[in-house]
Write a new protein. Structure first.
Lengths: 594, 618
């Protein structure tokens, strides 16, 4: 039985270091190659030794697909391709290809330059890795090789995020990456056609959440920022340079303009301007509204938001600062946090999900004392707010996607086990499809039942369709006869006559005959005549002929009557029918009996 | 399979392909050369054009003073310019299922087709094609609506009258089918029917046919199309280019193994080399500017203009003309320049890699930033106060009959210092200039047509080997002006099938096979037997299900066990007629074993017929 095997190396019942291996139709595909924000040791990267103990991965993988530029989806890529070794194609969309190396470089700098780690990938490795990238356009069918094809769909979430369909023959898998089913201020909603994959692999970050309307959340967010600024406090919003940041910037920009506020808004790191530039150049990946108006007013040119300098953090008075990274695990956002944490007038707003182990996760769980490097502890006095702005599909959204794609099986990754469990039950109940949630390193195998494509001769098909009539009759299915010729990997279905002709074979005639003796005083011809009238009365729907040479023909059945010279009353009825009609003959016989 | 040819224009095609119960329109180009028969529409009142004498036939019998005006020794129609539409009578256009667009120049007739024929189908185009096509349509509408004409001239179209008119009006064909421009509402409605596609996207039409756009290398988002079923493949090649300009390079290998290749949109100027023309363009421009004159470049608002700007960006500094201002004047100038920067995915490799930096892919962004290139929606407003001479003006329309270019012709035509440089190949420059004669300004003809030339196309066809080629008639003979140039035509074996306006071609196809799927249960039940080495055969008896043009074979259902009949009178239902697959009766019969077998089973065999015989006799 053909099957599809799925093994998560990361993101199995977990969020972080997404990396899922899929085997389909003899092809091996790696979906995403991310890092885990919560670890600083080996566990940071997926365990590639699962694929092979020694040596390079090239011969074990047909391709690698990266869904979007977040580090938990691409952070391990240079490690995998350059340090473990992989030379095959890596597919990602254009925006991902553009932005991914910048984030990787950022990540490398923080790890190597700031934390002083060695044995980490280098800038050159990032460059070499990116050379292996093949850009992917939306809806384009990319033929990885003769059998394996992939196709990207729009996923929302961040600029350039994609869902991918992987297809080999008639078997297919869809991997969602991270996606968002509701359009936001700068991105559109994920969309997929009714492609009925054998398996849908979906993220499930917000498996149990059904989020209130976007508008409420936005109003809440603005209110909190506004209040803090009014009372002279500072607001820190840890974000990733690209994605949520742009949405929140648009939000604050319009609010500042409307309310005529004067408190400065800063955006940390030099990446900002560059980031906004990417948004301008990839405007086709944003939502309808921004795309429509970009010629008149480019939403990514901000008037109120200025570049941040490290010295500003100590300035007196209110301000709003967007700083990277988003989970407060390193870098500038953590630096500013440390400075501001002691003042209860200040506020930190976490606009996204925080991975376990990060400072963000700790303070969200209400931790008031943080252990920092060395032995120092940090008192957290400032207000901590959580605003779910991360663009993941919620439970409703996941169900909506299932309805869109109509998969035969479902597999959950990128979520917490408990929440997955809940969603799994819900999916199985509502759609009556099997739903899986393998842990890291655990293999799920899904049996597929592919149909066999065959070339049918048009003559045979047309004849059959004409005979079958315009509408299929469920009560009286018509049986079609054909001969399947298997030759040089081709399968052709033709009529039996054509098959014989084509193969240069002559058909044997096989007829069954039987003699029936009965007593009848009439002449031979009269007996035959009586049989004829009898048959006519019983077999109304068949064509029955009385041929002058002394035979009655019912379709292919031939009936003759002879009498022996000695006993003129003993008639011998000769019945003969061909092999091909043996079954229908039996039916007819039965009819006669009746 | 049939091809209905609704346009005879080789570069503005409009064909309809009937293929496996689908009706597919390939492009709908609008022939704007008809506008050349009309008087220019001046943006600013022109004393010269308003005082032209009306035309009266020599004997005074026909008086069309109001409709026809004599200008520079020719007779022009004084009315809003009209365009020649694709043929509407050849087949019922409401039966068209889909329209495939290959590039933005080949979609300008779309509103005429989708709005007034009962069309209910879908239009497929790439995003740049849609967006830039929209700009070009909106520009056309603005050009027309900015200078409304009180009345439309129709009397001259009367056959009896047209016969008496002087040439070239006398020889204009199909004048009754000419139409004036559409409205913005019609453009919006037509474009709302467009469904966006990406290169190499497989689009299923009714389950019967699959269509796929491929990069054609000619303009932003331009595509060739593959129309195929599982067994037949038609390639539609329209406006392709192998030159490295800004668009993504042409995809060739997917065109291989076509049964039929429909070839349109070759270069209109096969004798001119685009690179040479570009050089000539630059040197003429520099000469004029140095002498203190202005340069007028009548052009479309998208396409070659991007390359011209890029070329000038490099050239002007090296020629020490860095301070010369460029003006791009069009109602859609700003949009066109902005849009060109956001289609990174549709650009050639080296432009794409700029976006990764991130930098705008085209250098005109820098020209704008440094104030070297300025764009204005029209000559009115800011432009009139800001413009400095000598300068270079890019503006439309290349027919010189409408748009801001008309004003510049009136303004600069009288000075021999100025130069007009024609770069668009769609119009004969002599005809375009006819109503402005006599002109003192210099005219330079540097047509830049990057589409395939005959040499490139014959090499391409050699590579991709289509079984049959269909092309417009002009490609099968040398150009009329150069009858000895047999290298400027298609010579193929078998010879290409030529079409002209209103041709209906039967395409040489024999469909033999169709794709059908055996359900896995059925496939498992089959018993193949090897007939010859490598050839196996299995007989199949199954039930056919056809839905949405997809065919599936299912196992024959087992007759439901007849429930012990409670109602006696119920007529027993007939089971399906045949259940067991019959093996083929063929091959050698091994006589000895056969006889032995017969002996063995004879006893059992002999019983059954007797039984049935007895029952039959009752």
């Amino acid at each position: 039985m053909p099957d599809i095997k799925v093994t998560p190396l990361g993101a199995g019942q977990d969020v972080g270091r997404s990396c899922i291996l899929v085997s389909i139709g003899g092809k091996n595909i790696m979906l995403d190659c991310g890092m885990h924000m919560g670890y600083n040791d080996d566990r940071r990267f997926p365990d590639f030794s699962y694929i092979t103990q020694n040596g390079r991965l090239t011969e074990f993988l047909d391709c690698v697909i990266i869904s979007h530029f977040h580090l938990d989806h691409c952070g391990a890529l240079p490690y995998m391709s350059e340090m473990v070794g992989y030379d095959g194609p890596i597919y990602m969309t254009h925006p991902t290809k553009a932005i991914c190396p910048i984030l990787l470089e950022d990540f490398r700098k923080i790890t190597v330059d700031k934390k002083g780690e060695t044995n980490f990938f280098t800038s050159q490795m990032i460059k070499d890795c990116m050379k292996k990238v093949v850009p992917l356009n939306l809806h384009q069918t990319v033929q990885v090789d003769e059998e394996l094809e992939i196709k990207a769909y729009y996923a929302g979430h961040v600029l350039g995020a994609a869902m991918v369909q992987i297809k080999v023959g008639s078997e297919s898998v869809v991997y969602t990456g991270d996606y968002n089913m509701t359009p936001d201020r700068h991105l559109g909603a994920a969309w997929i056609d009714k492609c009925r994959p054998d398996l849908l692999i979906s993220e499930s970050t917000y498996a149990t959440t059904i989020r209130d309307s976007k508008r409420c959340r936005e109003r809440d967010f603005l209110k909190k920022v506004h209040e803090t600024v009014e009372r002279g406090g500072k607001v820190l919003i840890p974000v990733f340079a690209l994605g949520r940041a742009q949405e929140l910037c648009i939000l604050l920009e319009t609010f500042w303009e409307r309310m005529n506020l004067k408190a400065p808004i800063y955006f940390s790191t030099g990446l900002t301007e560059k980031a906004n530039h990417y948004y301008k150049l990839f405007i086709t990946w944003t939502n309808q509204k921004i795309r429509k108006t970009f010629v008149q007013r480019n939403m990514f040119e901000f008037k109120h938001i200025k570049a941040f300098d490290r010295s500003y953090a100590d300035n007196p008075g209110p301000m709003v600062v967007f700083a990277t990274p988003g989970m407060l695990h390193a870098g500038q956002s953590l630096l500013i946090f440390k400075k501001w944490a002691g003042n209860e007038k200040n506020m930190v707003i976490m606009p996204g999900y925080c991975v376990q182990g990060t400072v963000g996760h700790k303070i969200l769980n209400g931790q008031k004392k943080l252990e920092m490097e060395g032995r120092a502890t940090l008192d957290v006095k400032l207000q901590v707010e959580y605003m779910s702005f991360s663009a993941h599909a919620d439970a409703k959204g996941i169900m909506q996607l299932i309805r869109m794609a109509e998969p035969r099986n479902m597999l959950l990754v990128h979520g917490e086990a408990k929440k997955m469990e809940f969603l799994k039950d819900k999916i199985e109940q509502e759609f009556s499809i099997s739903c899986y949630m393998p842990a890291n390193g655990e293999t799920t195998s899904i049996v597929t039942n592919p149909s066999v494509p065959v070339d049918i001769s048009l003559n045979l098909l047309k004849r059959e369709m004409a005979l079958g009539g315009p509408l299929p009759d469920a009560k009286r299915p018509r049986t079609m006869h054909g001969t399947l010729i298997m030759k040089d990997n081709s399968l052709r279905l033709v009529s039996p006559e054509q098959a014989l002709k084509e193969l240069g074979l002559s058909e044997h005639q096989l007829r069954f005959t039987c003699r029936v003796q009965l007593h009848d005083p009439h002449s031979d011809n009269d007996t035959l005549g009586r049989i004829y009238t009898h048959l006519k009365s019983v077999l109304k729907t068949y064509s029955i002929q009385h041929v002058p040479d002394g035979t009655v023909i019912v379709e292919s059945i031939v009936i003759k009557v002879t009498s022996s010279a000695e006993e003129p009353n003993l008639k011998v009825i000769l019945l003969s029918w061909s092999y091909q009609t043996a079954d229908s003959t039996a039916t007819k016989k039965k009819k006669i009996q009746l | 399979m049939k091809l209905y040819c609704l346009s005879g224009h080789p570069t503005l095609p409009c064909n309809v392909l009937k293929f496996k119960s689908t009706t597919i329109m390939l492009d709908c180009g609008l022939d704007t050369t008809a506008a050349l028969y009309f008087l220019p529409l001046p943006l600013v009142h022109s004393p010269r054009l308003s005082k032209l004498p009306g035309w009266v036939s020599k004997d005074g019998a026909v008086n069309l003073e109001k409709e026809l005006k004599e200008c520079s020794g020719r007779v022009f129609v004084d009315s809003q310019p009209e365009f020649c539409l694709p043929e509407k009578e050849l087949l019922d256009l409401s039966t068209i299922d889909v329209i495939l667009i290959s590039n933005y120049h080949c979609m300008m007739a779309l509103p005429y087709i989708t709005e007034h024929t009962g069309f209910t189908g879908t239009v497929y185009a790439t995003e740049p094609t849609l967006q830039i096509g929209r700009l070009l349509m909106e520009e056309l509408v603005t050009f027309m609506e900015r200078v409304p004409k009180a009345q439309a001239a129709t009397c001259w179209k009367n056959k009896e009258i047209q016969r008496l008119l002087p040439g070239p009006l006398k020889d204009a064909v199909d004048v009754w089918s000419w139409r004036k421009c559409y409205s913005v509402q019609e453009v919006n409605s037509a474009l709302s029917k467009v469904q966006l596609v990406g290169y190499s996207q497989k689009v299923e039409l009714f389950g019967a046919v699959q269509v796929t756009p491929l990069s054609s290398g000619y303009s932003l988002g331009s595509s060739n199309w593959i129309i195929q079923s599982h067994y037949e493949k038609v390639s539609y090649v329209s406006g392709s280019s192998l030159l490295t300009t800004h668009p993504q390079p042409m995809e060739q290998s997917s065109l291989k193994n076509s049964d039929v290749l429909i070839l349109t949109g070759l270069t209109q100027i096969p004798t001119a080399n685009p690179d040479g023309m570009l050089g000539e363009f630059c040197s003429n421009l520099a000469m004029t500017i140095r002498a203190g004159g202005n340069v007028l470049v009548p052009c479309y608002s998208s396409g070659v203009i991007y390359d011209l700007l890029e070329c000038l960006y490099q050239f002007m500094d090296s020629a020490n003309l860095g301070s010369t201002p460029f003006y791009f004047i069009s109602p859609v100038a700003n949009s066109s320049l902005e849009f060109s920067q956001i289609f990174a995915e549709w650009l050639c490799q080296n432009k794409q890699s700029k976006v990764y930096l991130p930098e705008p892919p085209f250098p005109h962004a820098e020209l704008i930033q440094t104030n070297k290139l300025k764009h204005y929606p029209s000559i009115h407003g800011d432009f009139s106060s800001e413009f400095r001479q000598p300068c270079v003006v890019f503006t439309g329309h290349p027919s010189l009959r409408f748009g801001d270019v008309v004003h510049f012709m009136e303004l600069w035509g009288k000075s021999s210092l100025n130069t007009i440089i024609f770069t668009e190949p769609d119009f004969s420059y002599l005809d375009a200039l006819a109503p402005y004669q006599p002109l003192a300004m210099k005219c330079v003809y540097c047509p830049i047509d990057t589409r395939l030339n005959f040499h490139q196309v014959s090499k391409l066809l050699k590579d991709i080997q289509p079984l049959h080629v269909v092309c417009p008639e002009p490609y099968t003979q040398p150009p009329p002006a150069q009858p000895h140039r047999s290298d400027l035509m298609l010579e193929l074996q078998p010879p290409p099938m030529a079409y002209r306006r209103c041709s209906v071609l039967g395409l040489p196809f024999r469909r033999r096979y169709e794709r059908i799927h055996l359900l896995p249960e059925l496939a498992r039940s089959l018993v193949p037997s090897e007939i010859k080495a490598g050839v196996s055969v299995a007989t199949v008896s199954a039930v056919l299900q056809s839905k949405d043009n997809k065919h599936v074979l299912q196992p024959v259902p087992k007759p439901a066990p007849v429930p012990p009949s409670k109602k006696r009178k119920r007529v027993t239902e007939e089971p399906p007629e045949v259940l067991n697959p019959k093996p083929l009766l063929s091959g050698a019969v091994p006589l000895e074993p056969f006889l032995a077998m017969l002996h063995k089973v004879q006893h059992t065999l002999s019983l059954r017929p007797n039984q049935s015989a007895q029952s039959a006799c009752r």
